[in-house]
Ligand binder design. Structure first.
Ligand SMILES: O=c1ccn([C@@H]2O[C@H](COP(=O)(O)OP(=O)(O)O[C@H]3O[C@H](CO)[C@@H](O)[C@H](O)[C@H]3O)[C@@H](O)[C@H]2O)c(=O)[nH]1
Ligand SMILES: [Mn+2]
Length: 750
C-alpha cells in the first residue's frame, strides 16, 4: 500500500500519428508549390487579382502550418484514482457553478437535471457546494430548483446505493434497460427504480404545470422577491436552498440560487459577469480551492469526474502548475452524422488533444475545473511568494473590491489547499455579505474582468480568460476519463448553429485585435511559442472567414470576367492534387476515429458554409466593435430536451431566418450560379488571351455543391426556406458584384 506514496497521480502520454505527419507535410508542399507558382507568374495577372490571390494563398499556407503545429504532438492524460485516495486522505472541497440566462431558451427542467447530476456526484457531499447563477431572474427556475432539491433527497441516495452512472434523471429513465439490474437484490432495485421514476415524472409535471401558469407564484411568500422584478432591473436575490449543516459526507451538497443585481443602464457582461459574481459569492460562503464550471445543459456523465480532476490538480509535482483541467464536450442525442457541423468530434480528437501536448488545452467555457488562485489572477510564483510575505490589504481591496469577507477569502485561498478550513458560518448566515459582492456596482474600479477572473469585452469570454491564465505561466490539462465526463446539448438546428458560430467569430475577432492578441502575449507573456500559434489560430476564426470569402469572390470574378486564377494546362495538376489529397486525408482522419463518410462530408460542407457566412459576418461585427462603432450582444443558444425531438423527418433539415448570415450565404450562392451561367453561355465580359480555365469552374461547382441546402432553401417557403427579404437583399448584392466585375474588365486601364 505504502508503495503508492510518491507515485504521480496522473500521467501524460505523448504519442505520434505518423501517417498524419506525412500527409500534412505533403499538403504543405503542395501549398508551397501553389505559392511559388503565384510568385513566378506575377506578370500574367492584373495587379489586384494577383495581390489578392497571393495574400489569400499565403494566409492559407500559414494557417496550415499553424494547424500542423497544434496537431503534431498530441498527448492525453491517465488519472490514477486508487493513488488519489491513498495519497490524499482528506479530499479538497470543490464549488460547482452552473449558469443559466433565459428560462425559455434554457428550460428549467434542463437546468434542474444538470443540478441533480451535480448533487449526485460521487464525492463527499460535505465537500461540495452548488451555485446556480440565473441571469434570467426567473421564479420558475427558482421554483424548479426548490422542487428538485426535495427530489434530490431520494435521488442521491438511490444513485449511491446502486452506483448509477447517468445521474441526470431525464437521461436515465428513458433508457428502460436501466430498470433491469443483474444483482441479487434486483427486486428491491426494481421497486426503487419505479418509485424514483414516479417521483421524477411528478417533478417534471410540476415544473411543466407552473411553466404554463406562471402566476401560481404570486401567492407564495417564498417567491415574493420575484414579484415586480424585470429581467434587467432588479436587486440581487440569493436563496440558500440546501444546506449541509452537520457536514455529513453522505448527506446532500449545499445548493444556492443567485440572481445578481441588474440595472438597465449598466453592462452586466453576460456570462463572464455571472462567473465573476459566482467566484465572489462562493468565496464568501465556502471558498473551496477548486471550482467546476458548467453551462446549464452540461450534465455529469461520469460521477467520479471530480476525483479524476483532483488527480490532476492535487498531484504534488506537476499538478501545482496546472490552472485548470478541461474535460471534453460531447453531446447527447446529436443529430446523426452531424449535419450542422456543431458536434466537434474531430476537433476535440485532433485539436484539443494536440494542445494537450503543448502548454495545455484552451479553456472552452464549460466542463472545466479551475484552481481558485489562478482565477484570482495570481501566477504560480506569486502564490509561492504570497504565502511567505503577506500582501498588503490595501492592494487586495483595490484589486478585489471592498468586501472584507471576500478579501479574507482571497488571502485564505493563497495559503494553499492543505491550509483549507471550512467556514464555520453556514451559507444562510452569510447572505448579506454575499449580496454585497453580487451587486452590480461592486466591481467598479477593481480588476474583475480586466486583469483577472473571467475577462470582459468579448462575448466569447472563454478563450481570452484562458489566454490570460496561460500567459501567467500556468499550464492546463485535458481530463478525459472513460466514460466521458459531461454531455450536453448541441444546437439542434441550422439557425442556432449559425448564431453560435457568429458569436464565437465576432467575440474572437475582438480578442484578436485586442490586448490579448496571441502574438503580443507570446512576446510579452509566458505563453510558449507553439501554444501562442495555436491561440493565433483559435482567435483568427473571423479573419479566416474573411480570407475565405475573398478567395471565393476572386474565383467568381475570374469566371465572370474570363480571367484566370489558377494555373492552366499541365500546371492544373497541382491545385487538383491539393484538393483531392486534402479531401482523402481529412476523410481518413474521420474514418480513423470511427466517424462515417457522411459525417465527414457534412463537416466539410459546413466548414465552407460557416466560414464564408457566420465567421465572415462575425468578423465584420467584431471589427465594428473594435472600432467602437457598434456593440455585440450575447445571443443564448436554444437548448432542447432532445435535439431529435423535433419534427420527425425534418431533423437535420436546414432552417433559415432573416439574419445577415444568410444574406451572406445566399449572395455567395447567387454570385457563383451567375458566374457559372455566364461562363457556359459565353457571356464573359473580357476576351483576354489569358482566359479562365477549368480550375475556376471546379471551384464554383464545388461551392454550389456545398451550398446545396441554400439552393433548396431558395425554392421553399416557411421555416425551411430562405426569407423573401433575404433573397431580395442577396439579389441586389449579387447583381452589384457581377456588374462591378464586368465594368472593371471592360474599362481599359488608363
Ligand atoms: O448573459 C448571459 C448569457 C449566457 N449565460 C450562460 O452562458 C452559458 C453558455 O451559453 P450558450 O448559449 O449555451 O452558448 P454556447 O455557444 O453553447 O456556449 C459556448 O460558448 C460560450 C462562449 O461564446 C461559452 O461561454 C460556453 O461555455 C461554451 O459552451 C449558458 O449556460 C448561459 O446560460 C449567462 O449566464 N449569462
Ligand atoms: Mn451551450
Amino acid at each position: 500500500m505504502a508503495s503508492h506514496a510518491n507515485l504521480p497521480l496522473y500521467e501524460k502520454i505523448w504519442f505520434k500519428r505518423t501517417t498524419q505527419r506525412i500527409m500534412d507535410t505533403f499538403i504543405l508542399l503542395l501549398l508551397l508549390r501553389l505559392l511559388t507558382y503565384r510568385v513566378l507568374s506575377i506578370n500574367s495577372f492584373t495587379l489586384t487579382t494577383w495581390l489578392l490571390a497571393f495574400l489569400c494563398e499565403s494566409w492559407f499556407t500559414f494557417t496550415w502550418i499553424v494547424i500542423l503545429n497544434t496537431k503534431w504532438t498530441p498527448a492525453f492524460t491517465i488519472t490514477h484514482l486508487d493513488r488519489l485516495l491513498q495519497q490524499v486522505p482528506e479530499l479538497p472541497p470543490v464549488d460547482l457553478f452552473v449558469t443559466t440566462a433565459n428560462p425559455v431558451l434554457e428550460p428549467p427542467v434542463i437546468v434542474v437535471n444538470t443540478v441533480l447530476s451535480l448533487l449526485a456526484l460521487d464525492y463527499p457531499a460535505n465537500k461540495l457546494a452548488c451555485y446556480v447563477s440565473d441571469d434570467g431572474c426567473s421564479p420558475l427556475t427558482y421554483y424548479a430548483l426548490v422542487e428538485a432539491s426535495k427530489f434530490a433527497k431520494h435521488w442521491v441516495p438511490f444513485c449511491n446505493k446502486y452506483n448509477i452512472q447517468v445521474r441526470a434523471p431525464f437521461r436515465y429513465f428513458p433508457d428502460v434497460s436501466t430498470a433491469n439490474s443483474t444483482t441479487e437484490d434486483s427486486l428491491e432495485f426494481k421497486q426503487d427504480w419505479l418509485r424514483m421514476k414516479d417521483m421524477y415524472d411528478n417533478l417534471s409535471k410540476k415544473i411543466e404545470q407552473v411553466n404554463q401558469k406562471p402566476n401560481t407564484f404570486q401567492t407564495d411568500r417564498e417567491f415574493a422577491v420575484f414579484s415586480n422584478v424585470e429581467q434587467r432591473n432588479h436587486p440581487s436575490i440569493i436563496k440558500v436552498i440546501l444546506e449541509n449543516k452537520d457536514g455529513l459526507s453522505d448527506g446532500l451538497p449545499q445548493l444556492i440560487y443567485i440572481s445578481r443585481e441588474k440595472r438597465p443602464e449598466y453592462p452586466h457582461n453576460y456570462k463572464a459577469g455571472a462567473m465573476n459574481m459566482l467566484t465572489r459569492v462562493s468565496g464568501v460562503m465556502t471558498n473551496a480551492p477548486f471550482m467546476l464550471n458548467v453551462d446549464c445543459d452540461m450534465f455529469v456523465n461520469n460521477p467520479k469526474i471530480v476525483l479524476h480532476a483532483m488527480c490532476i490538480l492535487m498531484d504534488s509535482k506537476s499538478g501545482k502548475e496546472v490552472a485548470f483541467a478541461q474535460c471534453y464536450q460531447q453531446f447527447y442525442d446529436g443529430v446523426k452524422d452531424d449535419p450542422f457541423g456543431n458536434q466537434w468530434v474531430a476537433a476535440f480528437e485532433y485539436i484539443i488533444q494536440g494542445m494537450g501536448g503543448l502548454q495545455g488545452p484552451f479553456y472552452i467555457g464549460t466542463n472545466t475545473f479551475h484552481r481558485r488562485n489562478a482565477i484570482h489572477g495570481f501566477s504560480p510564483d506569486e502564490i509561492e511568494t504570497g504565502k511567505k510575505g503577506k500582501l498588503a490589504e490595501e492592494t487586495l481591496t483595490k484589486q478585489f473590491g471592498s468586501s472584507k469577507a471576500f478579501v479574507k477569502a482571497v488571502v485564505h485561498a493563497m495559503e494553499g489547499v492543505s491550509a483549507y478550513t471550512p467556514n464555520d458560518v453556514s451559507p444562510s448566515n452569510l447572505v448579506e455579505e454575499a449580496i454585497q459582492v453580487a451587486n452590480f456596482d461592486y466591481e467598479y474600479g477593481t480588476s474583475w474582468g480586466k486583469q483577472m477572473g473571467w475577462l470582459y469585452g468579448s462575448i466569447a469570454e472563454d478563450i481570452p480568460t484562458g489566454i490570460n491564465i496561460h500567459r501567467k505561466g500556468w499550464r492546463s490539462e485535458c481530463c478525459v476519463p472513460n466514460p466521458i465526463a459531461f454531455t450536453g446539448c448541441a444546437p439542434g438546428d441550422f439557425v442556432s448553429t449559425m448564431i453560435q458560430q457568429k458569436r464565437w467569430a465576432s467575440g474572437l475577432t475582438v480578442v484578436f485585435f485586442g490586448k490579448l492578441n496571441p502574438i503580443l502575449v507570446t512576446l510579452f507573456g509566458k505563453i510558449q511559442f507553439r501554444q501562442g500559434l495555436s491561440y493565433f489560430w483559435a482567435t483568427n476564426m473571423g479573419l479566416r472567414g474573411m480570407f475565405h470569402v475573398c478567395y471565393v469572390s476572386l474565383s467568381a470574378y475570374c469566371l465572370i470576367t474570363n480571367t484566370n486564377l489558377l494555373p492552366k494546362g499541365l500546371g492544373e495538376w497541382f491545385p487538383v492534387a491539393l484538393f483531392v489529397i486534402y479531401n482523402i486525408y481529412t476523410l481518413f482522419e474521420y474514418l480513423t476515429i470511427g466517424l462515417s463518410i457522411r459525417h465527414w462530408w457534412n463537416n466539410q460542407r459546413m466548414l465552407t458554409i460557416r466560414s464564408t457566412t457566420a465567421w465572415f459576418v462575425g468578423f465584420l461585427s467584431g471589427v465594428l466593435k473594435v472600432l467602437g462603432i457598434s456593440d455585440i450582444v450575447f445571443e443564448v443558444t436554444r437548448k432542447e430536451h432532445s435535439s431529435c425531438s423535433g419534427d420527425g423527418d425534418d431533423v437535420g433539415r436546414f432552417s433559415f431566418d432573416e439574419s445577415p448570415v444568410f444574406v451572406a450565404g445566399t449572395t455567395i450562392l447567387l454570385v457563383h450560379l451567375s458566374a457559372l451561367f455566364i461562363k457556359f453561355l459565353g457571356l464573359e465580359a473580357g476576351h483576354s488571351a489569358n482566359g479562365c480555365g477549368m480550375g475556376e469552374v471546379y471551384c464554383s461547382t464545388y461551392l454550389v455543391v456545398c451550398y446545396w441546402p441554400f439552393l433548396k432553401g431558395l425554392f421553399v417557403r416557411g421555416k425551411y426556406g430562405i426569407p423573401f427579404s433575404t433573397i431580395c437583399k442577396s439579389l441586389v448584392l449579387a447583381s452589384v458584384f457581377v456588374h462591378f466585375s464586368r465594368s472593371v474588365i471592360s474599362t481599359p486601364p488608363a
